[in-house]
Design a protein around this ligand. Structure first.
Ligand code: SAM
Length: 242
């Protein structure tokens, strides 16, 4: 997969050189390129922002550098990449969304700052590419870079070969609409707290049932909204007894 990130703070993306994502880049599973938006400016101060039309607080990112940056990436691109613009008013980012993005060959991220990017950029590239404003959650960050770090990590770990044991992707939170069950390791007893006996029983079916019950209990307690969205077809009579 190829990913391009356009930002005024390229150094913000440095963590993507570390750990499994860094390894995926070095082994060629992920071709990630970071571009400085200011290289697409032409004035002495490399200006990317200006006062909001109509007045008000803060600054707005001017359309021209964004136009040049995105043109340079999209020119002749067939098929066009998916252009993702982090925004608190975008589509909420979810695990299902991550799976959709992981199936794409090429993603471009446009990181806003200040009060955001001039709306005409959304209009222009909404017509020329598949542009999707995407939100990390119902809160406001200072810029799109932190959202890109989160989204790239969530997407890249789904690419074949990035995570050593692909099975660990199957049982984790949000994979089946539920939160993950609690996990334990050695020692069997720590500060008077014991690992649940069933996990040491060697009885596979009982472990599976216990984990499923824990998933249902934890999700009911912490995220009742997820339980309401569960497809009844995916539950079994024993789930309903929990
Ligand atoms: N004035 C904007 C508003 O009220 O919607 C907020 C601008 S915010 C200070 C600057 C940039 O941070 C945004 O353009 C966006 O790129 C990014 N950002 C902030 N919150 C975000 C969120 N929840 N999800 C994704 N990106 C976010």
């Amino acid at each position: 997969m190829r990913i391009d990130v356009v930002t005024i703070f390229p150094e913000y993306l440095a963590p993507l050189e570390l750990s499994l994502i860094g390894k995926a880049r070095r082994t060629g599973l992920l071709d990630l390129r970071v571009h400085d938006l200011r290289t697409f400016t032409h004035d002495r101060h490399r200006t990317v922002d200006d006062a909001p039309a109509g007045g008000g607080a803060g600054m707005v990112m001017r359309p021209e550098p964004w136009g040049e940056a995105l043109d340079s990436l999209l020119e002749g691109a067939q098929p066009a990449p998916v252009v993702l613009v982090p925004s608190p008013s975008g589509t909420p980012f979810t695990q299902a969304f991550a799976h959709q993005l992981a199936a794409q060959p090429w993603l471009v991220f446009a990181c806003g700052r200040y009060e955001g990017i001039d709306e005409r950029v959304f209009e222009e590239y909404g017509e020329r590419a598949r542009l999707v404003p995407v939100s990390l959650g119902d809160y406001v960050l200072n810029g799109g870079e932190v959202a890109v770090l989160a989204i790239v990590e969530a997407v890249a770990r789904l690419l074949p070969g990035v995570i050593g044991n692909a099975e660990s992707l199957v049982e984790e939170s949000h994979a089946d609409g539920l939160l993950e069950y609690p996990v334990y390791t050695r020692p069997a007893s720590w500060r008077g707290r014991d690992v649940p006996a069933v996990l040491g029983s060697g009885h596979h079916a009982q472990v599976t049932r216990w984990r499923r019950d824990q998933q249902l209990r934890r999700t009911s307690e912490r995220r009742p909204d997820l339980i309401e969205r569960l497809d009844p077809v995916d539950t079994d009579p024993q789930d309903r007894a929990t």
